[in-house]
Design a protein around this ligand. Structure first.
Ligand SMILES: [Zn+2]
Ligand SMILES: [Zn+2]
Length: 242
């Protein structure tokens, strides 16, 4: 009897402990399916401001121009009357030269500090010191999370015949935000069909910011950050954006 009681108490304590642990981690409105916060990001219906937490590994801090470009881009597309803030922090280097989605998710779960709540929608950006195992430069994986693979970005920019590092960083930041805002047809329904065949949630227009090439690093000597085309903008507007 006493043994059973102790066992019951242990089981109850472990339930209480796991429940508390989950709560303290935060992220009740984060860590959800990509695209499900598109309207929360675009409109002021639930959240009046946006905070962007950027954690980068040593040597991979985003440049100020790229961040200014990102904020200017967002201001033209999203309705956040209380503003957009960026919080940057350097985190420890990873020993992984190639990271999987599982790896970056576990880094985010260990280090992310800011979560959505209290009138503020929060986005997490991780910039690693390595490559992706999927041979891409960046990826969006949850409703408020994306990752840029710093080594891939460096390898694909800054040399003769390549795009400048600042333009590529801006392009990736804006492209991944495009995914969080529900493009293409993943959270913000298409007003007319413009999804590229066989390339996931990407636009069919080769000069649009949401063309799949952007993420794959086939941008060549791009001289400017690609813009969103009319079809992508129409989708954002229809889902609470500008
Ligand atoms: Zn993409
Ligand atoms: Zn487009």
């Amino acid at each position: 009897m006493a043994r059973n009681l102790i066992l019951c108490l242990l089981i109850s304590f472990s339930f209480v402990f796991s429940a508390c642990k989950k709560e303290s981690v935060g992220g009740v409105f984060d860590y959800r399916t990509l695209g499900t916060s598109a309207n929360d990001l675009l409109s002021s219906y639930r959240y009046h401001s946006l905070q962007i937490e950027i954690q980068y590994m040593p040597g991979y801090a985003p440049d100020a121009t790229a961040l200014n470009n990102l904020v200017a881009f967002l201001k033209t597309r999203i309705d956040k009357p209380n503003g957009i803030t960026i919080i940057q922090e350097e985190i420890g280097a990873s020993s992984l030269s190639v990271a999987s989605l599982f790896n970056i998710v576990s880094i985010e779960r260990s280090y992310r500090r800011y979560f959505t709540g209290n009138d503020v929608v929060s986005v997490y950006v991780l910039i690693t010191n390595g490559y992706s195992n999927a041979d891409i430069l960046a990826t969006s994986y949850w409703n408020t999370s994306f990752c840029i693979f710093g080594k891939s970005l460096n390898d694909n920019s800054g040399q003769s015949g390549q795009v400048s590092k600042s333009i590529l960083m801006t392009t990736l930041l804006e492209h991944e935000f495009g995914h969080l805002m529900g493009l293409v047809d993943q959270g913000s329904p298409m007003q007319i069909n413009h999804k590229g065949a066989g390339n996931g949630a990407h636009c069919d227009n080769p000069v649009c910011l949401m063309y799949y090439d952007v993420e794959a690093g086939f941008t060549g000597a791009l001289s400017a950050v690609p813009s969103l085309d009319a079809n992508c903008i129409a989708d954002l507007k229809a889902n609470g954006g500008k």
